[in-house]
Structure formats: C-alpha cells, structure tokens
Design a protein around this ligand. Structure first.
Ligand code: SF4
Length: 350
C-alpha cells in the first residue's frame, strides 16, 4: 500500500490492480487525502464550477426494458408520451429566462422517432434558442437512430451535429463490463459498442462526458475495469470532459436490490479521481446523494457541482420546478471553502 500511496503523491499513474487494492483496503480519510492530492494537481485553484441547465425527457417510450429503469414504457403503453415541440419550447423558454444554457435532452428508444424528427427538432431549437447548448441523446438512442436510418453511427452523429447537437452526455455507460450489462440490461449495447459511439463522437470533434452507474450487481473489480476502459479511450481521443459516478436507484425497478449510501459514494468518487488522471473534471451527483454528501464530496476529488436543475421526470413527480436554486448551490460551495463559478457545457468558466 505504501508504494501505491507514494506513486499517487508523486504524480504517477496507478494500475487497475493497484486501484483495486486501494479501493478494497484504504480508509476513507486516506482516500479523501489522495483524491484531494490529484484534485489540486488537476485544478490548482480553489474553484468549484456548476452549470445552469435543464433536463428534458422528450419521450418515455422505449422498447429496451432495462431491468434497472423505472422511467420508460413499452411502445403502445397508455402511459407513454412524446412531448410536442411547443411543450419542449416552453421548457426551454423557462430555462433561458433563468439565464440557463445547458439543454440536456434524453428519452427512450421510440420506434416512432427517426432521424428526420431529431434533425427537425434540433434545428428548430438552434434557430429559436441560439444561446442554449444542446447536450443530448444517450449512446443507445444514437445507435438506434443510426440503425433505423441505415447509416453508420459516425454519419448519424455528423447529421445530428449539423442540425444542432453540440455534445453527448455519457448516459448508458452503467458498468462497461458485458457480464454486468447482460444481467441488468440484456438488450442494450455492449461495452465495446458504447465505447465505439464515444470514439466516433470524439473523432468528429464532439466532446462527451462519461458516467458510471454503480451499486447493482457488479463487483469492485468490475467497477475498476469500467474506469480502466474510460481511461484507455481518453488516452486515445481526449474527448471526455468529465466523469460522473452515480449510485443505482433500485426503487420500483424490476432488478430490485439495495441502495448504496454516502460512504460507498465517497469511496467511489475518490477512486475515480485518483484513477482517471486524464479526465479533467469529476462531477458531483447530488441528485442521487443529496446536498450534504454532495458538499462533502468536494473533499473527495469532486471539482464540479453539476447542473442546477433536476431531471425533468424527477421534477414532475416531486411537483416542483427546481430542486436546488443557484443561490443554494453557491452557498454550499462557499461553505465548503471554495469559490463557486458558473461554467458552460464544455467546462469553460463563464
Ligand atoms: S434504454 Fe434507457 S430509457 Fe430505455 S429502458 Fe434502458 S435505461 Fe430506460
């Protein structure tokens, strides 16, 4: 353990085996200290960034039926919806009125919505709301749109980019190990397919984030394997702006199981910061962990507080518009000893 700790302190890169050893055996305080060493090396200023954005779930219709998903409905279900253009525009107007810039749009794999639907929607958004940044579509959505259009993923991404898609969120990464994917989402893309779409996006100049949904059926070694695959692709392309680990939320899902808590989150976020020495930002997941753990995570390698607004489906069921206003995010960051700064989707401070 001493050798691993020295390597991190001296700016060296640890192997997957060393990361696993650290993850399994290091105390929480030591993990916090080491993640903080890497955090200050990558971000030498006492600044924590955040963005003002909104998530719009344009449809909940999806045939994939991932076992951990309690959001989607199968095609033909009476609970399925597709938002109209007017409904989408109204939500964007609310975002723009608050000075927000990031528009995170994600839905399901809806057989009714083909490439021309997205090209039309995205170009209308760009025309009406030129100050917004469209950060949209998961890897599965992109692959399905390409499949229906009989185009390659790269051609599809280029068409979507020309219509207004500016970057891709890293959703659907879950755990990039096929044993795990086969158990939690047997009809979804493989690890290689997920990474392939990210590679294609990076190669046409699109930046993306990467995520990890941990706490379902995977082992600690499989979480490290996920980190390794993200780090390897980042060495190759440099296209990831940030890494966002979040915990599996089992309530109401077919997969079931137990929720992991703040202790597990802090260990995981710290290991992510230590291992992913080539990914610039590590983003807090206060939506799943709550504001208090979100604040504590700033001492575990996190340098970005994410977006001000909750996901739209969560927002509606909670019957409220915005879960954490900008003033509250800024107060939490200041109370933790950092200066809050607003950023854009590509992580430039504004
Ligand atoms: S692909 Fe996405 S929306 Fe569809 S079931 Fe899986 S997680 Fe849910």
């Amino acid at each position: 353990m001493k050798g691993i700790i020295e390597k991190i302190e001296e700016g060296g890169r640890i192997s997957a085996a060393e990361a696993l050893r650290l993850y399994e055996s290091a105390g929480l305080v030591e993990l916090s200290r080491l993640a903080d060493v890497v955090r200050w090396r990558v971000h030498p200023e006492p600044v924590v960034t955040y963005i003002c954005g909104r998530n719009i779930n344009y449809t909940n219709v999806c045939w994939v039926r991932c076992r951990f998903c309690n959001f989607s409905c199968p095609p033909g279900s009476p609970d399925g919806y597709v938002l109209t253009k007017e409904q989408i525009f109204q939500k964007i107007e609310e975002l723009v009125a608050l000075g927000g810039t990031e528009l995170l749009m994600q839905g399901g794999l809806n057989p009714q919505l083909k490439l021309d639907y997205f090209e039309d929607l995205f170009s209308s958004i760009r025309e009406r709301f030129p100050t917004t940044h469209l950060h949209a579509l998961s890897v599965s959505e992109v692959r399905y749109i390409a499949h229906m259009a009989r185009l390659s993923v790269k051609e599809t991404l280029a068409r979507l980019r020309d219509a207004g898609l500016a970057s891709l969120p890293g959703a659907g990464g879950e755990i990039l190990v096929d044993r795990v994917r086969g158990e939690i989402a047997p009809r979804k893309d493989t690890a290689d397919e997920w990474l392939g779409v990210m590679r294609d996006a990076h190669e046409i100049g699109m930046r993306t984030t990467a995520t990890m949904m941990y706490g379902s059926v995977e082992t600690l070694a499989e979480r490290i394997e996920h980190l390794q695959r993200v780090r390897d692709l980042q060495d190759e392309t440099g296209g990831f702006t940030a890494f966002i680990p979040w915990s599996y939320q089992p309530d109401g899902t077919e997969l079931g199981g137990k929720k992991t808590g703040g202790y597990e989150y802090l260990r995981t976020v710290a290991i992510s910061r230590i291992f992913l020495d080539n990914v610039p930002s590590i983003q807090a997941s206060w939506v799943t962990q709550g504001a208090r753990i979100g604040a504590i995570s700033l001492g575990y390698g996190v340098n970005d507080f994410g977006s001000t607004m909750l996901e739209e489906n969560v927002v509606s069921s909670a019957g409220t518009s915005y879960d954490m206003p900008i003033s509250e995010i800024e107060r939490i960051i200041r109370d933790a000893g950092y200066e809050p700064r607003r950023r854009d989707t590509l992580y430039s401070q504004v």
